[in-house]
Design a binder for this molecule. Structure first.
Ligand SMILES: Nc1c(NC[C@H](O)[C@H](O)[C@H](O)CO)[nH]c(=O)[nH]c1=O
Ligand SMILES: CC(=O)[C@@H](O)COP(=O)(O)O
Length: 152
């Protein structure tokens, strides 16, 4: 399999940690990610999806998945949409931090595919309508990072 001229590891094992909150959106992100992984030739049997209740639960689950040593890369997917309180900022800041901490601590890459939008319409546009599919682009980034990781 090739990515920008470079071979990527045969049969990479990939975990997707996705949140069910705003599921109409996140199901599309997961579908987009799975489609892109398949287009790059990733074996469907080597892709596991871990569904968590909300974005806040992504950190714990990604930590456990990383510790399992079963994967070459981890993708995080979710949709956090602004409400009436400061809940949005607390969730986003902490999840972003958690994913980055795991990137710094481990030896496999994690990518960040959380939509952070003002409303559901913006989220839908970014999960397969006019503004692309964040799940697909995050999958492509993860493949690139797994490839890079093999060369280090
Ligand atoms: N408001 C959103 C949430 N909130 C839920 C939290 O992520 C968490 O599940 C709860 O606080 C229990 O620990 N989650 C999202 O993914 N998106 C949101 O817009
Ligand atoms: C768990 C909360 O604080 C929740 O009620 C947040 O509300 P909003 O999404 O409107 O900020």
């Amino acid at each position: 399999m090739e990515f920008e001229g470079k071979l990527i590891a045969a049969d990479p094992r990939i975990a997707i940690v996705a949140s069910k909150f705003n599921e109409t959106v996140t199901r599309k992100l997961v579908a987009g990610a799975e489609r892109t992984l398949a287009q790059f030739g990733v074996n469907r049997d080597n892709v596991d999806v871990y569904w968590v209740p909300g974005a806040f639960e992504i950190g714990f689950t990604a930590k456990r998945v990383l510790a399992s040593s079963k994967y070459d890369g981890i993708m995080t997917l979710g949709a956090v949409i602004k409400g009436e309180t400061d809940h949005y900022d607390l969730i986003i800041n902490n999840v972003t931090n958690a994913v980055m901490q795991l990137n710094l601590q481990g030896t496999i890459p994690l990518t960040f595919g959380l939509l952070t939008t003002d409303n559901i319409e913006q989220a839908l546009q970014r999960s397969g309508l006019k503004v692309g599919n964040e799940g697909s682009s995050t999958a492509q980034t993860l493949i690139e990072m797994i490839s890079l990781n093999q060369t280090i």
